[in-house]
Design a protein around this ligand. Sequence first.
Ligand SMILES: Nc1ncnc2c1ncn2[C@@H]1O[C@H](COP(=O)(O)OP(=O)(O)OP(=O)(O)O)[C@@H](O)[C@H]1O
Length: 251
Amino acid sequence: MSDIILDVKHISYRYGSKPVLEDVSFQLHKGEMMGLVGPNGSGKSTLLKIILGAIPMQEGSVEWFGKPLRKFDQWSRIGYVSQKANSFNTGFPATVFEVVMMGLTGKMGLFRRPGKREKERVQEAIATVGMGEFGNRNIGRLSGGQQQRVFIARALVSDPDVLILDEPTVGVDAHSEAQFYELLRKLNEERHISMILVSHDMGAVSTKMHSIACLNHRLHFHGGAEEFERMRPEILLRSYGHDVHVLHHDH
Ligand SMILES: Nc1ncnc2c1ncn2[C@@H]1O[C@H](COP(=O)(O)OP(=O)(O)OP(=O)(O)O)[C@@H](O)[C@H]1O
């Protein structure tokens, strides 16, 4: 059996007459943690929307687990975590348990009441992200980093093979960010969950992810994280047009 989870081929996309993606191709393999980096407006969100089927494809093809997108229906195999840190205010009327339970509604149907097994799965997902004591806490009363872990739990509850994380550490403090990457590493090592993580933070992704895709309308680099780190000045020059982000540390 092939170990290709996601196969993206020759995707081009334009909003009206404005080209946003040009001939983007890459594959995600089982167990791979891929960082998707690129400047503002480079097309990262558009690419995610296409591969998640949220906007119709114009050119190219996407296959999930060997199935073309239009025939693919096993969406519970894919967990999506959007950029939501600090998005709930203190008055938001849902507990951690209820928010994580929402991750099962796709599987259960909206109106069925959760049974014992489903409740156990929710508890287990909450425990996996280290939030076991907070099940009854109002989500709005948690820190940004804690909320982010709850969103991971919501994505994990349907037992996905792959997680797609859109700028997950925006607005969380350095300590929570370190804990967050540690959680991703654990999920990858212990459950073999593959990941695509969209981030502006090249330093973090190049040390935490296995591979890097560098997008600026086109894919300017896709390869191993070590190679990315070695070639970073050259890749940035190629993809950003100038190397403003390059810092040299001699120590
Ligand atoms: N619905 C839309 N209609 C028209 N143009 C759009 C639409 N959505 C995005 N764009 C434009 O397409 C380009 C790519 O946007 P996209 O959100 O995919 O980039 P991004 O890399 O995710 O950016 P950021 O890092 O700022 O979130 C931008 O110039 C954006 O203004």
